[in-house]
Design a protein around this ligand. Structure first.
Ligand SMILES: [Zn+2]
Length: 422
């Protein structure tokens, strides 16, 4: 149902800063007003959103006398190549100096068109202006070292980020070529660029595939598929006596410990006043649903998955568990979430790591250290996590939208001995 909408969303969100703008536009159309985060404690009934660092966003739909809050959270960043300051040159070739952002799989970035997007500081009278730029055309390519090179991917060798991964931008051009392309797209002069947060992104537009068109193959599915689902669920959820929250964070791929990451005070600054006013039962009746994709069983490597239960694509969303609590799910939050999904007829599966393989982590536990409410980690099962192009099942995207919408609409009430879920 959401396949084309998701592919369009991903293509319109090449980097977190542009993704923020894309979501802001949707919120504005839906009647949300941008607010000052320092005034969050004084806000009454209404629809507001807050941004931090130009790339993280929290939106709230505040009802009269809220009984609880429910958060649909995801992250907007994906592994990418960060453009370093300066330029490179080998003979007539002009290359782009880059470094790795997040845990990207290097060889998957070879031989595919890349473009550039991000935030640029441009000199202006008395100071500078922040400009958002997306060049939005194939601009450069990282050429594979070739069949006879010692580092060829067929040998299974690893790649040297400083040596093998420099994208080719032009032949016979100048060392300022990249910034000239950025300036041309942004409508300013390259000489006026003071600094930048630019990344190279996979330009592939994404596609539906499979015998029955049941699969989606696209860049940045981790975690734009969940960011899309959370936004869609938030904007279509029926308003109730729940304070409904959409939280989209940057910097998850590098640990979340930045001013705009899930480990910052952004979420607590907005929501703590409501939690304090609501008291213990309000807190215990609340829920954080952290949505970030999960490793599906791989068709060629099923042995990498837990032998009993690890999610299959197309069989519903994954509820993630980890003894280390790198995933925040516990028995109580799992019971709340599975009851909500059962009522909404959304299929869920269990994701847990093989006991001898270290699993991933995400923002659920990190964000909840600042809130202290029941929290679950869930995800769309996918293949090729952190590759330049990833694969998931389209049906699971629909399941994710439905699960998040049902969570936002759920009337969760803490009772003396347990919970009632209306
Ligand atoms: Zn992720």
């Amino acid at each position: 149902m959401y396949a084309n909408a998701l592919l369009n969303f991903i293509h319109s969100c090449p980097c977190p800063a542009v993704a923020l703008r894309t979501v802001e536009d949707r919120l504005t159309v839906a009647g949300y007003k941008k607010a000052d985060e320092t005034a969050a404690a004084t806000l009454g009934v209404g629809k507001y959103y807050f941004t931090r660092g130009g790339a993280s966003l929290i939106a709230v739909c505040i009802p009269e006398a809220p009984k609880r809050l429910v958060i649909a959270a995801a992250h907007t960043d994906s592994p990418a190549l960060r453009v370093k300051m300066g330029a490179g040159r080998v003979g007539a070739y002009v290359t782009v100096p880059v470094e790795k952002y997040g845990g990207l799989i290097p060889y998957s970035w070879f031989d595919r068109p890349l473009s550039v997007a991000g935030c640029v500081m441009v000199k202006a009278e008395g100071g500078f202006e922040e400009r958002l730029v997306n060049v939005d055309r194939p601009l450069c390519v990282i050429p594979n070292p070739g069949l006879y090179a010692p580092n060829n991917q067929s040998t299974g060798a690893t790649f040297n980020m400083a040596k093998d991964m420099l994208p080719l931008l032009s032949i016979g051009g100048g060392e300022n070529d990249l910034l000239e392309a950025v300036a041309e797209a942004g409508g300013f002069s390259p000489e006026n660029i003071l600094s930048h947060d630019l990344i190279l992104y996979a330009y592939d537009k994404g596609t539906v595939l499979g015998k029955n068109e049941e699969l989606l193959c696209a860049p940045r599915l981790d975690d734009l598929a969940c960011a899309f689902a959370a936004t869609e669920a938030f904007l279509t959820a029926e308003e109730t006596d729940t304070l409904q929250v959409l939280a989209l964070f940057d910097h998850e791929e590098v640990g979340s410990s930045t001013e705009r990451g899930a480990d910052s005070d952004f979420l607590s600054r907005i929501l703590s006043p409501f939690l304090s006013r609501g008291g213990q039962s309000f807190m215990e009746s609340s829920l954080l649903v952290s949505a970030d994709n999960a490793h599906a069983v791989h068709p060629n490597h099923p042995e990498l998955s837990d032998s009993r239960e690890t999610p299959l694509m197309g069989s519903g969303i994954a509820l993630k568990w980890s003894a280390s609590h790198s995933y925040t799910t516990d028995a109580r939050s799992a019971a709340i979430f599975s009851t909500i999904c059962a009522k909404a007829a959304v299929p869920i599966q269990t994701y847990q790591n093989r006991a001898d393989i270290r699993g991933g982590s995400t923002l659920g536990s990190i964000a909840d250290t600042h809130l202290g409410i029941p929290a679950v980690d869930i995800g769309i099962p996918q293949l090729a996590m952190h590759a330049a192009v990833e694969t998931c099942a389209r049906g699971d995207v629909t399941a994710m939208v439905n699960a998040l919408r049902a969570s936002l609409e759920a009337k969760i009430t803490k009772t003396e001995n347990g919970y009632k879920i209306g």
